[in-house]
Design a binder for this molecule. Structure first.
Ligand SMILES: [Zn+2]
Length: 418
C-alpha cells in the first residue's frame, strides 16, 4: 500500500534531514461510511533534501489508492470558482496564441473541468486528463472533453498524436502530488508546441514555512516546492521559467510560467526570486524551525479546542485533506469535536479518517452549535467565504481560527457579526 524512500525523489541524494514527523496517519482523503472500518496508518514524515533543497515525505502511498475515487471537486468552493476566471484572464493575457486558429490547452489533473470551462468560454480548444473516473464522467457530461488517465510521458505522446501539440499545458496543484513527477514534466515538455507555454501552480513552500501551514502536509502532497527549487527541476526538462503570479488557492500559491524558448524573465519573476532568497526557504534551518513551531502550534490548538469543548459543543468546518492532518497531528478527535460541516454532499454522512468525526451538512451542523458552541474553522484558507456564509445564516458564536500564524478566536458579537 505504501513504500518508503531512502533517497531524494528529485535528485537521488541520500541526505534527507528530519523536519517534522506528524506520526502515522491514515491517508487524509480516506473518508468512510462505517467508522469501525479499520484504516492502515502510514508514516507522515517531512524531510528536507540537503542537496536539491526540496522538502518531501518519506512515504509514497500507492496512487491508485489515493486518486481512484477522489472526493475533492474543484467547483464546490466559490473562491475557487472565482479564481478560475482570474486565472483564465491572466493566462490569456500572458500567452500569445496562434493567429490562424483558437489556441489548444491541455490541463493535467483537470478535476471536474472548472478551469477548462473558462477557456472554452474564451473560444479555446481544450482537453483535460484526470485519473479519477467519477470526476471525469462529471466533466464529460458537462461538455468538457476529458481523458481518464494518469498524465505521463506516454499519455502526452498519445494526446499529441491524436489532438496535436498544445499551445498551453497547465498543471494546477498536481506536480507536488505525484511520484511520477519526472515523467509528467517530460510529458508536459514533449506535448508543448513550439513557442508554447507550460503553467504550473503549486502551494508555495515560502508560505507553508512562514505561516506554519503544517496542515498542508498529507500523503498526496509529496513535494513542497519554492519557485527556486521548481525552476531548477523544470530546467532539467528544458522548461525555462520566465514569469510568476500569485494565486489565493491553499492559502497562498504561486503560478509559474515556463517555455522551451529562452524568454527574458519578467520583473515579477526576478523580484519573486529575490524575495524567496531572503525568506530562507531553501535553508534547512528554516525548515527545522518550522518543525518546532508546528509542534508547538498543534499543542496550543489542542489545548484551545479542549478548553472550549469543556463548556460547549465544538463543530468543525471543512472536512478537507488538510483538516485531517491537523486533527490527527494535534490529537483532536470525536471526543472533542461533535461534527464537521462540509458543503460537499459527497462527503456528508461519512467519517473523518483517524479521528472518527461525523461529517454533516451546514443545515445539520449549525443547530448543533446551540447557544454555547464554537466553530473550529478547519478550512481556514476559505475563512472569508465561510464566515460570510455563517453570518448570513445568523450564526453568531465564537470562531476558533487555527491558522495562518497563531491560533486566534473571533469572539461572539465582536467584529464579524454585524
Ligand atoms: Zn534532492
Amino acid at each position: 500500500m505504501f513504500e518508503m524512500v531512502d533517497a531524494c525523489r528529485i535528485c537521488g541524494s541520500p541526505d534527507l534531514r528530519p523536519v517534522l514527523d506528524l506520526g502515522d496517519q491514515p491517508p487524509a482523503n480516506s473518508l468512510r461510511a462505517d467508522p469501525s472500518e479499520v484504516l492502515t496508518p502510514v508514516p507522515l514524515d517531512l524531510v528536507f533534501c540537503g542537496s536539491c533543497r526540496v522538502p518531501q515525505l518519506t512515504a509514497t502511498v500507492d496512487p491508485g489508492e489515493l486518486f481512484d475515487r477522489y472526493v475533492w471537486v474543484t467547483g464546490t468552493a466559490r473562491a475557487t470558482h472565482e479564481y478560475s476566471h482570474e486565472f483564465r484572464d491572466r493566462v490569456v493575457d500572458a500567452v500569445a496564441g496562434p493567429d490562424e486558429r483558437p489556441p489548444f490547452l491541455v490541463e493535467v489533473a483537470s478535476n471536474d473541468g472548472t478551469f477548462l470551462r473558462r477557456f472554452q468560454e474564451a473560444g479555446w480548444r481544450v482537453l483535460g486528463v484526470d485519473p479519477a473516473r467519477n470526476i471525469v464522467d462529471e466533466a464529460v457530461a458537462a461538455g468538457v472533453p476529458t481523458r481518464c488517465d494518469f498524465f505521463d510521458r506516454s499519455v502526452a505522446d498519445e494526446v499529441g498524436e491524436e489532438h496535436g501539440r498544445a499551445d498551453v499545458v497547465v498543471a494546477r496543484n498536481v506536480i507536488p502530488h505525484v511520484k511520477a513527477i519526472h515523467s509528467i514534466l517530460e510529458g508536459m515538455a514533449a506535448l508543448l508546441d513550439d513557442g508554447g507555454t507550460a503553467i504550473i501552480e503549486f502551494h508555495s513552500a515560502t508560505r507553508i514555512a512562514g505561516e506554519l501551514h503544517y496542515d498542508s502536509i498529507y500523503h498526496e502532497h509529496l513535494f513542497y516546492f519554492s519557485i527556486t527549487t521548481l525552476t531548477a527541476l523544470c530546467e532539467r526538462y528544458g522548461l525555462l521559467a520566465f514569469d510568476v503570479f500569485d494565486s489565493p488557492i491553499s492559502g497562498g500559491s504561486k503560478v509559474l510560467l515556463l517555455s522551451r524558448d529562452d524568454r527574458p524573465p519578467t520583473a515579477s519573476f526576478t523580484d519573486a526570486l529575490i524575495e524567496e532568497a531572503a525568506s530562507g526557504v531553501c535553508e534547512y534551518e528554516t525548515w527545522a524551525r518550522f518543525g518546532e513551531e508546528s509542534r508547538r502550534h498543534a499543542a496550543a490548538l489542542a489545548e484551545a479546542v479542549r478548553e472550549r469543548a469543556s463548556t460547549g459543543p465544538v463543530v468543525g468546518y471543512g472536512a478537507s485533506a488538510r483538516s485531517s492532518t491537523m486533527l490527527n497531528f494535534a490529537g483532536i478527535d470525536v471526543a472533542d469535536v461533535v461534527a464537521v460541516i462540509d458543503q460537499n454532499p459527497g462527503k456528508q454522512g461519512l467519517y473523518t479518517p483517524g479521528t472518527d468525526i461525523p461529517i454533516v451538512s451546514r443545515v445539520e451542523g449549525i443547530p448543533m452549535l446551540a447557544d454555547d458552541g464554537v466553530v473550529l474553522l478547519l478550512a481556514w484558507n476559505f475563512a472569508e467565504e465561510i464566515l460570510g456564509g455563517l453570518r448570513s445564516d445568523g450564526v453568531g458564536c465564537d470562531v476558533l481560527v487555527p491558522l495562518p500564524g497563531e491560533v486566534r478566536t473571533i469572539r461572539r458579537a465582536d467584529e464579524w457579526r454585524s
